[in-house]
Write a new protein. Structure first.
Length: 722
């Protein structure tokens, strides 16, 4: 029986299609599901038409409605067709005529390229290369090496015409996807061996027969990273009704290899930039582990914020249908888990969590009581980064503590007074029935170390912002054995100062660490603009083994427009510009619930919500939206701080208030005279915060500011649209 499969390029454009067009796609799929091949070609409503003067006779079009057509790969053998794009009638015809389908002789997967445009521009680039003083971009790679990575003769000619990465960016959207990715990785400095391991090897299909370059039926089934075979109309209807979630249909071979590995001999880690699918991999890992639990075993799935807890819970529901299985997974923030452990201890006394804005004043009070003349800021950081980070409990332990990484000098003679102030601070908290969140985590870890682990597996999302005290708790929550901890994080998104050495805490991931480099959320244009904020800045790895994390090879699978950046004279004028931008997105067919607005401060968020509502645009704060029904969320623009946007994603994002008074925010940055190293660390956290906010966008990013722009924008050279 015939069937209609879907290319990843169709899903990339799906959110832009209006509901009637999506219904037309469903109607077309159902015809493929119920008609014979002969009936399909004769159906007057479907109009499975060949093209005039096509580059490939296997590329045809079908009718979606009067004004829209679908471009399909219609192989001459086999029963499976692939919907490549849905476009307005004339654009669909023009695009389809240029495309050519082939089968990669290495990966055995289907490939689509814009053959007409490539043939048109390649000779011009070859002429430029002949006279260019630059070396050819892929000069150091032999034809044999490139062929072994799946580069065919046509793409090889085009690759040999390039002299720099800027030229490759022109060719990239036109090239077959697998081959494009190989060339992009090589251009970023990866070795042939690294590209083979990261891209080619995960996509290889076991086969003893030579590749049949005419067997598209088999090749389509070898292309599961890019082609989805939908087996039921209900499944397709769900995808079409929730297009933004459609990307989760796909699990790239490199991601699947990590998520569904039978077993790891100990803690395992997956890292990668925003949008590389770390959270999806973590969720799939939970699904895999659920299939192997013994009676009584449970899994802890944990992250940093309550908003992310809600996202994880929703994601697990979409992956695991059985509610009884899902009940065996506890989903919680680390702090929430710590509170539960402490509350369940015999004789537990409820203590109020200390709010962050109270802490400095309490350190001031403790310092006055002991006569310590240093700053409250120094004391708070010393307590966080030395005492709690190293689990120090006595003066002797503090005197022996390692203060490397702290930029403030402290003599041996000064330590007793600092320790006395720490003791006064904690005693005052206890007397007032208070405890910091990190104190709660430290106490919970102590209780579990005495009582014993509670879980068979712990899966950690957004791991980069966890403090050593939180890691000790997670280490104590699960016995040290195969598949104990699965960790997902990205040091480039570290927005809280929580550098950590996992190895020093008994969490050794050496040999069980994988890095994802391909972004599936943001366009390459948004990604390039956003990464300019961080390029060249040293960022420590999660292992903290002395090496820095890099964005080498970090690429996007999507292409589109670059970000729009706007300056305004006043905050009121900036909010007027925001309203105009949001209205333009909605007029273009973007749903209100697919739009996010982010700012550095809650105050700015409140003004944005009010301004949008006054203009007749539904808007809610992110904190409000998480407690409302899904239907209410889907009809309102969601507005939240940059911190609260962590881990979330939207089709369109506006980042507002990015001026010199907000980023960096002076109160969030330690003065250099107090601690020069902490000063640089705090500045990096502020940069990462802006990076996180900007990389929440998939299709469109808008950045604005009142007054003078943030110096981060000027330093990165991104005050103008890329």
């Amino acid at each position: 029986m015939p069937q209609l499969a879907f290319d990843i390029g169709f899903f990339a454009e799906l959110p832009k299609l209006q509901p009637p067009v999506r219904k037309g796609v469903l109607d077309a799929w159902e015809k493929f599901d119920r008609l014979s091949l002969d009936q399909l070609f004769k159906d007057p409503g479907l109009k499975l038409e060949s093209l005039q003067k096509p580059r490939d006779k296997q590329i045809r079009t079908i009718r979606i409605d009067l004004f829209w057509r679908g471009v399909v790969l219609a192989p001459t053998t086999g029963d499976t067709f692939v919907l490549l794009r849905v476009m307005q009638h004339d654009k669909a015809i023009a695009w389809a005529r240029k495309q050519k389908s082939t089968i990669n002789t290495v990966t055995r997967a289907v490939e689509i390229r814009d053959a007409a445009t490539l043939d048109e521009i390649t000779p011009a680039y070859e002429r430029v290369a002949q006279t260019s003083p630059k070396a050819r971009l892929f000069e150091k790679f032999s034809d044999g090496d490139l062929n072994a990575l799946g580069i065919d003769a046509e793409t090889l000619r085009q690759a040999r015409s390039l002299v720099d990465k800027e030229q490759l960016e022109v060719f990239a959207p036109l090239l077959p996807q697998d081959q494009r990715e190989v060339l992009q990785y090589l251009a970023e400095g990866c070795t042939v061996e690294e590209v083979w391991q990261d891209i080619v090897a995960p996509a290889l299909q076991a086969a003893t027969q030579p590749v049949d370059t005419q067997d598209f039926e088999t090749a389509i089934r070898h292309s599961r990273a890019r082609i989805a075979l939908v087996t039921a109309s209900e499944e397709l209807r769900d995808i079409l009704e929730k297009p933004f979630a459609a990307w989760r249909v796909f699990l790239h071979p490199s991601q699947r290899k990590v998520a569904y590995r039978a077993s790891y001999s100990g803690p395992a880690q997956v890292t990668g930039g925003p949008g590389t699918g770390k959270t999806v991999v973590a969720l799939h890992r939970v699904k895999h582990l659920l299939g192997h639990l013994r009676d009584g075993d449970r899994i802890l799935l944990t992250t940093y914020t309550n908003a992310l807890v809600n996202a994880l819970r929703s994601g697990l529901e979409s992956l695991v249908d059985d509610p009884e299985l899902r009940e065996r997974v506890d989903i919680s923030t680390v702090d929430g888990f710590a509170s539960r452990v402490v509350a369940e201890a015999p004789g537990a006394v409820a203590l109020r969590p200390l709010m962050s804005n109270e802490e400095v004043s309490r350190w001031d009070k403790a310092a006055k009581a002991t006569g310590f003349t240093g700053s409250a800021q120094f004391l708070a950081q010393e307590y966080r980064h030395v005492v709690l980070a190293q689990g120090v409990g006595t003066l002797a332990e503090y005197e022996a503590a390692d203060r490397r990484g702290r930029g403030s000098r402290l003599t041996a003679a000064e330590r007793p007074l600092v320790w006395e102030t720490v003791e006064r601070f904690t005693a005052d908290l206890a007397a007032d029935g208070c405890r910091t969140w990190l104190q709660t985590c430290a106490e919970a870890a102590r209780l579990l170390e005495a009582k014993g682990p509670q879980y068979r597996h712990v899966v950690v999302d957004e791991a980069q912002d966890l403090h050593p005290a939180q890691w000790r708790l997670l280490r104590a929550a699960v016995p040290a054995r195969p598949d104990d901890l699965f960790i997902a994080g990205d040091p480039h998104q570290r927005i809280y100062d929580s550098k950590v050495s996992l190895k020093s805490l008994g969490i050794k991931v050496t040999g069980r660490s994988v890095k994802l480099r391909k972004n599936y959320r943001s366009t390459q244009e948004i990604l390039r603009w956003s990464t300019a904020l961080l390029i060249g800045r040293p960022i420590s790895q999660l292992e903290d083994d002395g090496r820095n994390e890099t964005l080498l090879g970090y690429r996007s699978a999507l292409h589109g427009d670059g970000p729009a950046v706007r300056g305004a004279t006043t905050e009121e004028a900036e909010l007027d510009l925001l309203v105009a931008q949001v209205r333009a997105w909605m007029d273009a067919g973007v749903g209100a619930g697919e739009i996010g607005v982010s700012a550095r401060f809650n105050k700015t968020c409140g003004k944005a919500v009010a301004h949008l509502k006054d203009a007749g645009i539904p808007a809610v704060t992110l904190r409000t939206a998480t407690g409302e029904s899904a239907a209410a969320e889907a009809t309102a623009v969601r507005v939240g701080t940059m911190h609260s946007f962590k881990g979330l994603e939207f089709r369109c994002v506006a980042v507002i208030g990015v001026n010199d008074e907000a980023l960096p925010f002076p109160k969030a940055v330690t003065p250099p005279e107090v601690d020069p190293k902490q000063h640089e660390t705090d500045l990096m956290s502020e940069r990462c915060l802006l990076f996180v906010a900007c990389t929440r966008a998939r299709d469109s990013l808008y950045v604005s500011w009142p007054g003078e722009p943030s110096p981060f924008l000027a330093e990165a050279g991104v005050t103008d649209a890329a």
